[in-house]
Design a protein around this ligand. Structure first.
Ligand SMILES: [Fe+2]
Length: 225
């Protein structure tokens, strides 16, 4: 028991040291200072499981999942445009963060060795990238162009997200879509605090004849000031 307490204390201490280091690396800008002065306090986006298909990838390429460099064709639409922002709890933008997304394609197929082993009859789309990464700009904004995923294995439609700040994982979550009837029976979504479930939902934007546009504000559990 004593050893367990010591181990817990060590983990907490290491986490505090890591967070302190990150604070030193990030210099708050004027907007952050003003937001903090106004007393903003946003609840962090709830964590969600990364699931079994976190990509095995040395190169996450870019934020356009609809086209693979070197291929003669782009994957077919309709497309999903994800326009989002990453914020600190005080409302200030997280700039220079790396945001990764990964998802199934429009046939419910994941690009992962475990998936291909379990479902050898499922065919990968050679023109879809399945995962990608973007860097947040000075406003904390990031953008992905992809295709709408579909439900698989009874799960609600979702896009997996992971956020890195200064190389450290700061958030692993999933984007869900409002109105999805499967949300009410999904153990992962239901595990989020009731007053924070809405933070896991994208906000629908303009939908034209071809594409779907959504946005979402992600908040990392880390104070910037
Ligand atoms: Fe998934």
């Amino acid at each position: 028991m004593h050893a367990r307490l010591c181990a817990s204390f060590l983990l907490v201490t290491l986490a505090q040291v890591a967070l302190a280091s990150l604070r030193q690396l990030w210099v708050p800008d004027a907007a952050a200072i003003e937001a903090a002065a106004q007393g903003f306090s946003l609840a962090p986006t709830p964590e969600q499981t990364e699931g079994p298909y976190y990509p095995v990838a040395d190169d996450w390429h870019n934020n356009d999942l609809t086209y693979i460099q070197g291929q003669p064709y782009k994957t077919a639409g309709p497309y999903l445009h994800i326009d989002s922002r990453l914020l600190y709890p005080d409302g200030s933008p997280v700039s220079g963060a790396v945001v990764q997304i990964w998802q199934c394609d429009s046939n419910g197929v994941y690009n992962h060795p475990a998936y291909q082993a379990a479902y050898p009859d499922k065919v990968l789309n050679p023109y879809f990238q399945y995962f990608g990464e973007a860097e947040t700009d000075e406003n904390g904004a990031f953008y992905f162009l992809t295709v709408p995923p579909i439900s698989y294995a009874g799960r609600p439609v979702h896009v997996h997200v992971r956020v890195f700040v200064q190389g450290a994982t700061m958030l692993t979550t999933q984007m869900y879509f409002p109105g999805d009837a499967l949300l009410s029976a999904d153990p992962f979504y239901l595990a989020a605090p009731d007053d924070q479930k809405d933070q896991l939902l994208v906000t629908p934007g303009a939908t034209d004849a071809e594409d779907v546009h959504v946005s979402q504000v992600l908040v990392i559990n880390f104070s910037s000031v």
